[in-house]
Design a protein around this ligand. Structure first.
Ligand code: COA
Length: 152
């Protein structure tokens, strides 16, 4: 599997991006402003992530997704680790990520990769998403904010 930046000959992997964010409008906004990477295995895009500069020396991992057929094999962890490397290489001091209070496996994944919880954006999903989201039997209403700091 190789991970590389998307280029304008590639088809934007909306099917994957929409797994992580149900808003196509939000996706179009951040892929335009951020750096999108794709993971390719046997000529198929099996994963993607987007990092975006948000403040001086700060970037956010705004979308990460692995094709359902390829989940649970370590690709997601590999992509998070790669996003950390790319952000560091871009001179970033802090990489942030936000996920739903109900996204239990994502919260596990980010913390296993070194992210620490730094806050809660209360009612974020209630305010910004018109459809109700339920995962693991839990209403997704708040965004849990996590970050990892680099000493560079
Ligand atoms: N408790 C403890 N650890 C858990 C867990 C749980 N409930 N659920 C997952 N994990 C761990 C796994 O064990 C693994 O860690 P390990 O390698 O130390 O065992 C890690 O989380 C991730 O596993 P991995 O196989 O690398 O993940 P993946 O390839 O399935 O990708 C996602 C993870 C989230 C990217 C993928 O499920 C996905 O695309 N989901 C839909 C989109 C999405 O939700 N994106 C994130 C938006 S915030």
């Amino acid at each position: 599997m190789i991970i590389r930046p998307i280029d304008n000959k590639d088809i934007i992997p909306y099917d994957l991006l929409l797994l992580a964010d149900p808003s196509k409008e939000a996706i179009d906004d951040y892929i335009q402003r951020g750096n999108t990477y794709i993971a390719i295995d046997e000529e198929t895009i099996v994963g993607t992530y987007v990092i975006l500069k948000t403040r001086p020396h700060t970037m956010e991992l705004v979308n990460i997704a692995v094709a359902e057929s390829h989940q649970g094999r370590g690709i997601g962890k590999h992509l998070v680790q790669d996003s950390i490397k790319k952000a560091k290489a871009l001179g970033t001091h802090t990489l942030e990520v936000g996920t739903g209070n109900s996204s239990l496996s994502q919260l596990a994944l980010y913390q296993k990769c070194g992210f620490r919880i730094i806050g809660v954006d209360k009612d974020f999903f209630k305010i910004h998403y018109k459809d109700k989201i339920i995962e693991n039997g839990i209403d997704c209403v708040d965004m849990i904010r996590l970050q990892i700091n680099f000493n560079n």
